[in-house]
Write a protein that binds this ligand. Sequence first.
Ligand code: GH3
Ligand code: MG
Ligand code: MG
Ligand code: MG
Length: 308
Amino acid sequence: MKILLIDDSKIEQMVINSFLDHNAHELIIVSSGEEGIQTFLTEQPDLILLDVMMPGIDGYEVAKRIRASEEPWVPIIFLSGKTSPEDLVEGINAGGDDYLTKPVDPLVLSAKLQAMDRIAKMRTQLIDTTTQLEQANIELKKLSLSDGLTGIANRRYLDQVLPLELTRAFRDRLAVSVLLIDVDHFKKFNDYYGHLDGDDCLKRIAQALSQACKRPTDSVSRYGGEEFCIILPSTDQTGAIKVANRINHLVRELAIPHLGIGPEHFVSVSVGIFSYLAEAPIDCSDFLSHADQALYQAKTAGRAQYAI
Ligand code: GH3
Ligand code: MG
Ligand code: MG
Ligand code: MG
């Protein structure tokens, strides 16, 4: 352990120095409270041995200031000539973890150091475990909101985000647009190529959709089997049409053959657009059903296009 001894008495400094097993511990000695706090901050010791009566700020005050600092906890053991129970209580209240009276017995000191070291190690383990758990929780949350096949957000994510976006849009009087995207003749694609190729096709389309969205606030999610949903915050109809055009273009560029609907055919998507102008509150299902009607129009008008 790196031990910081804060004590104004030269004799006490020599005594502690002679007690310590220098193979196991490194000792840093300072003679005042002010210096002690400075050294604590710069050296980051594993343990502090702290005298109470010193010129300048006393040991209690040193302990209080150390505890009030942003630094992580280190054990503080008081070493004091003040021997009453009230002194001990004051030391513990100031943030000390133990209180030994002078003259301190070398065996007692050694045992106390050992005990504090054990506590400090357990604390470190606990912090490590907590950090790992927090990390695992973040991963789990991410997993629970993402689609296993395509890696983009899933329906649960959309269900969480959409109400917030609509509320915010209404509050700030900002437009928000939604695109519903459905793969054309996808049943026939599966029938012709099989489900594995179908899955692969969905992955590539999901990538194209993500690519079509330029703003970090845009969110692409898998809405259902071969249907996707894109929320475009702060975007009016003109902006939404741009994204829809980009989508049709990027999917065409994928050039995934679809011989299930005839020679010379490629996979395409239909897009339904709805733009909400924040004139009145709207709920999620109304918002989406407008886009669904537009999608239906794109389908009946011949697919591979968008409709409003
Ligand atoms: P339309 O152009 O009218 O949209 O025709 P469609 O065949 O795409 O529409 P329909 O909704 O009838 O069929 C969707 C098909 O999508 C049904 C199912 O075979 C396929 N599908 C849905 N989810 C998945 C999936 O996760 N993987 C694969 N491979 N296929 C899926
Ligand atoms: Mg003293
Ligand atoms: Mg469909
Ligand atoms: Mg379809």
